[in-house]
Design a protein around this ligand. Sequence first.
Ligand SMILES: Cc1ncc(COP(=O)(O)O)c(C=O)c1O
Length: 411
Amino acid sequence: MTAGSTGRSVPRLAARAADLVGSIIDSSTSLLAAQTHDIVQFAMGSPADEALPVAQFREITADTLDGAALSYGSSEGEAPLLYRLESYLAGTPDRTSQDRMVITSGGMQGLDLANKLFVDPGDLVVVESPTYTNGSATALAYGAQLLEVPIDEDGMRIDDLVDLVAREGRLPKAIYTIPNFQNPYGATLSRERREELLRLAHRWGSIIIDDDPYGLLRFAGSDVPSFGQLSPGDPLVFGVRTFSKILAPGLRVGWVDADPSLRQVLINAKQVMDTCTNVPHQYLVAEYLARGGLDAHLARLRPLYRDRRDAMLDAIERHLGDAATATRPEGGFFLWVTLQGRFAGIDTRELFEPALADGVAFIPGPALSPSERFTNALRLCFASSTPERIDEGIRRLAGTLERLSSGSPVG
Ligand SMILES: Cc1ncc(COP(=O)(O)O)c(C=O)c1O
């Protein structure tokens, strides 16, 4: 301890604390909860309230909450969940085996484990631009240097990746990608680019951190083969998965799918973090899977989210016209809006507060880029609101934009 300006001792932080950059996305949860007026919520990537299987979870809790569920669990995850998950995934593009899986506290812990295992201070880590900045923040927390690679509607641009790595003069230790319905852009990495990324990873000796919370939420177009299907059992692919978007984020249950040679070190890493993932919630999910509810649940969600995407695209066209363009995701939760024409000069960080006062919340573009690019863009989550509320939210946003662009007071 050293003496602060008041004469009292202040704690001396470790150097790594400076690399803990925090999350504007997560902070918006508390900010929004503190508001007392009506707000249309396009900020957080939360499932719709009506998409949460509350009644089934209540029933299952009553059946599964016993002494075993309230005790310490195994660090790798509870046996019934590992077993049920393996069976469920056998019918999906994420087919895997129990020796590759460790249950985690949501996708975030999977990202933390990936970076903890592979990233040393100063290592180069490739991220998409824009990206899910909680993921890039995790790499920063381990001292990574980030290389932002542009994306388009087919995902990460591989030609830019090769050029930027060549310019950097050293190879990336890890490549962080969100291959399906990317957060925040909504793009899906094409099959060709997945194959090229696999080839590059092998040439460079880089790990691909394949973060895919949304893959099972495709509501249009056709499936693109997963990394696991293109390169089965590839030791350079580290899969990060979660139940947060397909069941409920409050569960904090996810899993990693990684080479069996990593299993023990993953368990060791997890033991010094949280001993084990929340045990009652693992039983809850295991029993939910055992009762066979997930496929029917996903079948209900897909058209719900497709209608909401359509409602948002229609509302953008109606209220913003040619002053904005939007991506058209084939699944997931988000679309990406770029302001143009009379709104092109508006910095969405400055739009945030007046828009919140007008009753609509979003994430400004620069919060989704480690170097704060995309000042004229914003991320909108279409999943959480009904089509009527979506229309109202975009109408409010358009009103705030009009006032900001005409320079009149905003209130
Ligand atoms: C791309 C991506 N990865 C990881 C996560 C984190 O998932 P979880 O809430 O399960 O930690 C999210 C949540 O928004 C996400 O969008």
